[in-house]
Design a protein around this ligand. Structure first.
Ligand SMILES: Cc1cc2nc3c(=O)[nH]c(=O)nc-3n(C[C@H](O)[C@H](O)[C@H](O)COP(=O)(O)OP(=O)(O)OC[C@H]3O[C@@H](n4cnc5c(N)ncnc54)[C@H](O)[C@@H]3O)c2cc1C
Length: 417
């Protein structure tokens, strides 16, 4: 096997990055990469202190090498940055901080924040020193997010925020949040919103855990009472929060559709669920791999998975050709959610009566059930499949927009549920 690192394109700082990697990774890792032994790398990952590796790479500017140095990057050109990230991928080194900071908050900050705010928010984000969550949804504003009622009132160099958010994934593990709040109730609902990077440890932020259907603590309610937010934490101009939130949501659809992924190991690290290969293996181990009905169900799932993979490749190619994530993210998000949910349903059918009751020492079946239950959220999280269909209808097919009896009315005059 030829050492795959040898054929990689050169970029400024490559030698520095390679010697940093040699200090971070055990020698056996380097040998496994050079000999193409993926299994050995997987095993070595279990012993790696991932946060330390990500932090070190981030502080040296390698997590987002295309960002300016003062924004936590290395100021590389797009091509050079791709070459640097390709090297990290070939070395199979973890380099993405946990939480929604890098995939969702960073592109929004890059596009909308002024320079001082970028210098303030980006470096701790890219190094993973500050993990981010998303404070968009409210009890009365989910699909119709622009109806949100959380307020931010200016007081000198600060904003005073009051309201309630819900569904905040990993809010209990986050240092910062993407917050959208109403700054002018006299404007129509989409106009009077402003975007902030909220300090989750600030006085007045109260996080209350919610337990999901699978019994896991994944998301929270967040209550905001007289929280003071410095103006430097404002992302984008006052009143432009809706447009900035669209940047975040476009990136979220892209992430949930799987378009940016190099390879999938589990069914999906974000969406949950067992991968196809495990479902097939379970059928074989249970002696039903030859059953014509089981084979037919499995083959349907296999074909759906292949079609999805090809569509994802198309989306990736568009991105590589320099197009911003567009409405095609909605197509892949809907089909990814549907195919993941169908696959888990087939798994439960194949488990048969065992999926309803199991012995206390059976640790495997509850895991299948938990994965099945988790994937019920796939058609809700990041925008429901119904809303994604509306987006496709309006933006891709050019159908008329949904009627809105209160269009153009000041937000404070619009009735809310
Ligand atoms: C696991 C999970 C994690 C989440 N994480 C976060 C997070 O970190 N941060 C965050 O801010 N939010 C998060 N959310 C919230 C998510 O974005 C919302 O749940 C979603 O946008 C739907 O809003 P809602 O729950 O208020 O439902 P509603 O908007 O009340 O919708 C109820 C039903 O009505 C349908 N519906 C509503 N409007 C229309 C319409 N115009 N046309 C057709 N059908 C319609 C919907 O499709 C849905 O079936 C998360 C949700 C889940 C499930």
């Amino acid at each position: 096997m030829v050492d795959p690192t040898l054929s990689l394109k050169d970029f400024p700082g490559r030698a520095e990055l390679e010697s940093l990697l040699l200090t971070l990774l055990p020698e056996s890792w380097v040998e496994a990469v050079r000999s193409g032994d993926e299994e050995a790398v997987e095993l070595l990952k279990e012993g790696l202190n991932k946060p330390v590796v990500v932090r070190t790479l981030g502080e040296a500017g390698w997590v987002a090498p295309h960002y300016a140095v003062e924004h936590g990057g290395r100021g590389l050109s797009r091509d050079d940055a791709v070459a640097a990230l390709t090297l990290l991928n070939v070395w199979d080194v973890p380099h993405v901080p946990g939480g929604s900071g890098l995939p969702l908050a960073a592109p929004t900050i890059e596009q909308w924040a002024d320079d001082d705010t970028k210098r303030h928010l980006l470096p701790p984000l890219v190094s993973g020193a500050q993990r981010w969550c998303q404070l968009f949804s409210e009890p009365g504003a989910g699909s119709d997010m622009a109806s949100l009622a959380t307020t931010a009132v200016r007081d000198g160099d600060e904003w005073v925020v009051n309201g309630q958010k819900v569904w905040t994934t990993f809010g209990h593990h986050s240092e910062r949040a993407m917050l959208i709040a109403r700054t002018d109730p006299d404007l129509p609902k989409h106009k009077g919103i402003t975007y902030f990077g909220l300090d989750m440890k600030a006085p007045g932020v109260e996080i209350r855990p919610l337990i999901n259907i699978a019994g896991q603590l994944e998301f929270n309610e967040v209550f905001l009472t007289d929280v003071r937010v410095p103006d430097i934490d404002r992302i984008g101009p006052v009143g432009e929060g809706w447009a900035a939130a669209m940047t975040t949501l476009g990136a979220e659809r892209h992430a949930l559709s799987g378009s940016g992924k190099k390879k999938r190991r589990a069914s999906d690290e974000i969406l949950g669920g067992k991968p196809y290969a495990e479902v097939e293996q379970m059928a074989v181990l249970r002696g039903i791999g030859g059953d014509p009905v089981a084979r037919q169900r499995l083959m349907n799932e296999y074909i759906a998975g292949r079609v999805l993979t090809m569509n994802l490749q198309r989306a990736r190619d568009r991105a590589a050709a320099g197009y911003a994530p567009g409405p095609e993210g909605s197509l892949t998000k809907i089909s990814k959610a549907a195919s993941n949910q169908h696959l888990q349903e087939v798994a439960i059918e194949l488990l048969g009566a065992d999926a309803m009751a199991w012995m206390p020492d059976d640790l495997e079946t509850p895991e299948w059930i938990a994965q099945f239950l988790r994937t019920r959220a796939n058609s809700i999280e990041g925008g429901t499949s119904e809303i994604q269909r509306n987006i496709i209808g309006e933006r891709v097919l050019g159908l008329p927009r949904e009627p809105d009896a209160f269009k153009g009315q000041p937000w404070r005059l619009v009735p809310r549920s």
